[in-house]
Design a protein around this ligand. Structure first.
Ligand SMILES: CC(C)(COP(=O)(O)OP(=O)(O)OC[C@H]1O[C@@H](n2cnc3c(N)ncnc32)[C@H](O)[C@@H]1OP(=O)(O)O)[C@@H](O)C(=O)NCCC(=O)NCCS
Length: 330
């Protein structure tokens, strides 16, 4: 009988960050901040910044190329490319179209997905539906952002973001491995504009008079409150969905907003913090890039073993949030 619903696994990962590094000490020379305050309160020591000639699609393409190579595939084996980004190259065409072209992935359809910091998690879930239904076999999912381009480098909140991209190739799996559950949500109840880029869209087009509204604006307290409320909710839901407990989790590979958000979340769900992977000290918050860059690093350091239960969780502007569990298959 034809199998209509298939399990889905990750068969390759890749990541790329640009060469230029802005350390906390360097930021002290351009914005009113303090390197020790940044590390102690947010967990960041440095961030990578795209070169003037690098667009989001250039970072995404390199991460994607590495993931395809890691999967043992050629770009022409990819059926679909989804790029999760909040900093597209242009409003048209999509960043994914540029990536398809640059990778010469000539058999792939391609589109962008917008869920800001939760983008990669949402994009993996979309890719999984196509594979489970038998529509596509190999999907390249990329999270890529260049928040340096929407940062006001005169304000102290310039410390939070870095540029980078990560990618994973998703393919079909046997029934004993791969993704076990997804939960995606939007919480608009409280201060949904606590993280926003006010101008440059259809609501408020950029004009000569509102140029400083092209940069992100963040209410740090609102981000903290939302994140530490919704992340535990999503995580507990995927545990309930799968009948697993927090003790079954081998690694948590979360979005990287701030070290305190992750510590608080781990405390609420009862997960020992040594199981929570972090790399924000090196890269800051790369938005769509955080989870796949961290996944790639965790994998390449040999930590992940076949059969490990891995928890993904993310929260971002909107507030988009969600969690997923996967039984690692490589
Ligand atoms: C950022 C965060 C640590 C700030 O904590 P807070 O108590 O809300 O901080 P406030 O903005 O009220 O500032 C309190 C003091 O911290 C210091 N401070 C705040 N931001 C600072 C910065 N960027 N650099 C140096 N010192 C800073 C100042 O001393 C400030 O006092 P002041 O406003 O009188 O100058 C906290 O809100 C947080 O972790 N939020 C989550 C942010 C996040 O994860 N963003 C990811 C992107 S979605």
């Amino acid at each position: 009988m034809k199998q209509l619903i298939r399990n889905v696994k990750i068969i390759g990962t890749g990541s790329y960050v640009p060469e230029t590094i802005y350390t906390n000490e360097y930021l002290e020379t351009i914005v009113p901040t303090n390197s020790q305050w940044i590390y102690e309160n947010v967990g960041i020591r440095a961030r990578h910044i795209a070169a003037p000639n690098q667009a989001t699609s250039d970072l995404a393409t390199e991460a994607g190329r590495r993931a395809i190579e890691d999967a043992g595939l050629a770009p022409t084996d990819i059926d679909l490319i989804i790029v999760a980004t909040a900093t597209p190259d242009r409003k048209a065409p999509s960043t994914a179209a540029f990536v398809q072209h640059k990778l010469k992935a000539t058999n792939a359809a391609a589109f962008d997905l917008a869920a800001v910091c939760s983008g990669f998690l949402f994009a993996m879930s979309v890719a999984s539906q196509y594979i489970a239904a038998g529509v596509y076999n190999n999907i390249l999912v990329i999270g890529a952002d260049t928040f340096s381009r929407i940062t006001d480098w005169t304000r102290r909140d310039a410390i939070f973001f870095g540029d980078g991209a990560g990618a994973a190739v998703l393919s079909s799996a046997n029934v004993t491995e791969g993704f076990l559950a997804y939960r995606l949500y939007i919480d608009t109840i409280e201060n949904m504009l606590g993280f926003t880029v006010p101008a440059g869209g259809s609501e408020t087009p950029l004009t000569a008079d509102n140029l400083n509204e092209q940069y992100f604006q963040m209410d740090g307290k609102a981000v903290f409150k939302s994140a530490t409320t919704v992340l535990p909710k999503a995580i507990n839901q995927v545990l309930t969905d799968t009948g697993l407990t927090v003790n079954d989790i081998d690694f948590m590979i979360p979005h990287q907003p701030s070290i305190r958000i992750l510590q608080k979340t781990a405390e609420i769900i009862g997960l020992p913090f040594e199981k929570v992977m972090t790399n924000m000290d090196k890269y800051a918050n790369t938005t769509g890039g955080t989870i796949p860059i961290l996944l790639d690093e965790t994998r390449r350091t040999g930590k992940l073993k076949k059969g490990d239960i891995v928890l993904f969780a993310a929260v971002g502007s909107g507030w988009t949030y969600g969690a997923a569990l996967i039984k690692w298959a490589l």
